[in-house]
Design a protein around this ligand. Sequence first.
Ligand SMILES: CC(C)(COP(=O)(O)OP(=O)(O)OC[C@H]1O[C@@H](n2cnc3c(N)ncnc32)[C@H](O)[C@@H]1OP(=O)(O)O)[C@@H](O)C(=O)NCCC(=O)NCCS
Length: 229
Amino acid sequence: MPEAGTCRVWWARRNDLRTGHVKLLSALEQARRSGYARAADRDRFTLAAALLRLVVAGEVGVAPDRLRIDRDCPCCTRPHGRPRLPGHDLHVSVSHSGELVAVAATSAGPVGVDVEQITDLDYLSMCRHVLAPSEMGAVRSREDFFRYWTRKESVLKATGDGLRTAMTTVVLGPDAGHPTLLRYGTREGLVATIADLLPVEGYAAAVAVLVPGPVRVAERTAADLLADR
Ligand SMILES: CC(C)(COP(=O)(O)OP(=O)(O)OC[C@H]1O[C@@H](n2cnc3c(N)ncnc32)[C@H](O)[C@@H]1OP(=O)(O)O)[C@@H](O)C(=O)NCCC(=O)NCCS
């Protein structure tokens, strides 16, 4: 188990995927995998699901292919919701974008991780759907926009609400290098420790843990963990 107060974030790249990873997946995960038409989506999903199993196996001491991971969606019957580990005091979160996959694990509290490839989307026209009025002045570049996006989405994933809660209602404090949560939708008093992550150039990423902190964030590459399979 990660020591209380530590959150580990494991990073993988799409070319870390090996044929043996598919065998680690449960029948439900393999069925989901088969449903992806595009190779890039299928690879990202497979890599994330395999890495999640390998990371959790290392933390709780159960073989990766024997772990029970609950992925129930609260809104429908499909197994595409946030991953949960019944019987284990470990919180996890998964994100994938472009060539990258992230898996976060901590026993400190509910966790959310988000990585986004910084694309050429028209971010200026999206600001009003993402930023609260008090945040508008802080976003001066595409990189700022994606930094705010990932910070907010990490909190939304930690609560489990995802994009059902409007991003504009997740209000962050002034950006002084340490992101802070000022307000969260209609939930009074929600606290979160948020940290920017350092993936590779061209990506933004953040992790949030729903505790007042401090939380030590340790980022590491998953290349060796995945290569053994
Ligand atoms: C969670 C959510 C914000 C992720 O968006 P994204 O940027 O496209 O994707 P990311 O790669 O960062 O994260 C995807 C992972 O988030 C996790 N996830 C799914 N729903 C989640 C939720 N409500 N809370 C936290 N994590 C969630 C899954 O592990 C998923 O990985 P998987 O597809 O490999 O199983 C978005 O899917 C969402 O808002 N979902 C809830 C609303 C919804 O899906 N409604 C329709 C249900 S029928």
